[in-house]
Write a protein that binds this ligand. Structure first.
Ligand code: SF4
Length: 434
């Protein structure tokens, strides 16, 4: 972006702190020296600038040209960046050569404290679309968020296809109860509010106030996910704060219902069904959305998602809670097709397993590679950069369409006898005659 646009500066991540610091640095006019000293910005520099950076505090990546020539170099760059960006304290400047210039990325600010995130959320926002949209009809994005409350930032799930930890960070920054309740009271005064809060959430609905018990261990940690491959023993999965918060929100005059629209991580449950019971009986409108994403273990591992067994247990608990409470609610699972490593046989297995569970699939999507994710790197290179494992990747529209069709076709489709070769030489699975 910097090279193509010719921009002087790029701010990345959440801008609460950097927007203020950039404004201060620009107060007396453009000053490149001041701007380059800031955290959480990127810019283009010359060789003399980069040579002055201390080796100890600099992470030098493969050049852009090397990445274009070699998928391995590109994958390694991703791995270095992901590991660095998941550290609790990041103090290294990242440098990548592009031609005879260098893209320089300064380290981000640390996770916002409760006081800092409260300050950001307590600013006097209008809670309204920009006036330029007046009289232009409904704005879908606004309709979706206007009655929702964001309670925390960050996500430690580390799903391979998601960029949230790349821009919000792995460590959770939670708002205080007072700040959240103040916002709910303010929402109840809005002319469009009819008593229903559409979402009390965040990147993952139930990570509010969660994190490592021993923060010294977290300070040394290099794991991209606190949940995968197994929940970290140092991770507190206490849901009592969030249950307490939901109860305080629903007690506010003017609030009839407070729903949880954000995705719930069921691998975060602490061995009890207390949180699930609270959500099912008080905070869903009849359809609980969860995202197992696939049924096959080797695909789930590449997605950094838990085993499908966890979803089966969740569905059992959900059905029991509904039966106890006399509710006729449904679990709506989300699935992804064409993730790197996913073959047509895997999609056939997914279709068979979900059919056996009596599930009607409606929330499904074909993978769209999103920049700065592990899934996109695997999609592009056909290789897991952490293990070097070669992967089958459905890249062309025909292969992707066929994978997606398993979500909707009644009987499991059969395969054709042929073996196709993808552009990069990965062998597609053998398919039997239809
Ligand atoms: S030590 Fe555990 S809880 Fe802390 S950051 Fe690492 S994985 Fe997460």
């Amino acid at each position: 972006m910097l090279i193509d646009s010719g921009a002087d500066l790029l701010m990345y991540g959440m801008g609460d702190k950097s927007i203020v610091e950039v404004a201060k640095a620009l107060h007396n006019g453009f000053n490149a020296k001041l701007l380059r000293r800031l955290r959480q910005v990127a810019f283009v520099a010359d060789r003399a600038y980069v040579e002055r950076l201390s080796e100890e505090n600099t992470l030098r990546l493969h050049s852009f040209e090397e990445c274009v020539a070699s998928g391995k170099a590109f994958g390694e760059n991703f791995k270095y960046i992901e590991i660095e960006s998941n550290l609790r304290e990041q103090n290294r400047t990242i440098v990548e050569a592009v031609g005879d210039r260098y893209v320089v990325v300064t380290p981000p600010y640390t996770t916002l404290t409760e006081q800092e995130i409260d300050h950001s959320f307590d600013l006097p926002y209008m809670r309204a679309p920009h006036p330029r949209y007046n009289g232009k009809g409904d704005i879908p994005a606004w309709e979706m968020i206007k009655n929702s409350i964001n309670i925390h930032r960050g996500c430690f799930g580390g799903c391979s296809f998601c960029t949230i930890s790349a821009h919000q960070g792995k460590f959770i920054s939670s708002r205080s109860e007072e700040s959240i309740l103040r916002e709910v009271r303010r929402l109840t005064e809005m002319p469009y509010f009819r008593g229903n809060i559409s979402d009390i959430g965040g990147p993952s609905a139930n990570m509010y106030r969660m994190g490592g018990r021993d923060t010294a261990l977290c300070a040394k940690c290099r794991r991209p996910s606190c949940l995968h491959p197994k929940p970290c023993p140092n991770l507190s999965r206490d849901h009592s704060h969030i249950i307490e918060l939901y109860r305080k929100i629903t007690a506010i005059p003017g609030v009839r219902h407070a729903y949880i629209g954000s995705g719930i991580r069921y691998d975060l449950f602490d061995g009890t069904t207390d949180y699930l019971r609270e959500v099912v009986t008080r905070h869903t409108s009849g359809r609980l959305k969860v995202a197992p994403e696939h049924t096959e273990d080797h695909v789930l591992k590449l997605m950094r998602k838990p085993s499908f067994e966890g979803f089966i247990k969740l569905k059992r608990d959900f059905d029991r809670i509904c039966a106890d409470a006399g509710l006729k609610y449904q679990v709506i699972p989300y699935f992804i097709s064409s993730h790197p490593g996913c073959t047509e046989q895997d999609m056939a297995a997914l279709a068979a397993k979900t059919r056996k569970l009596g599930m009607h699939l409606e929330q499904v999507q074909d993978l769209t590679p999103t920049p700065m994710t592990l899934s996109s790197v695997m999609f592009h290179t056909g290789e897991n950069p952490y293990t070097g494992e070669r992967l089958y990747v459905a890249r062309n529209q025909d292969d992707k369409r066929r994978q997606k069709s398993y979500f909707f076709e009644g009987p499991a489709p059969k395969f054709q006898t042929r073996q196709t070769q993808t552009k990069r030489g990965d062998k597609a699975p053998v398919r039997r005659k239809r």
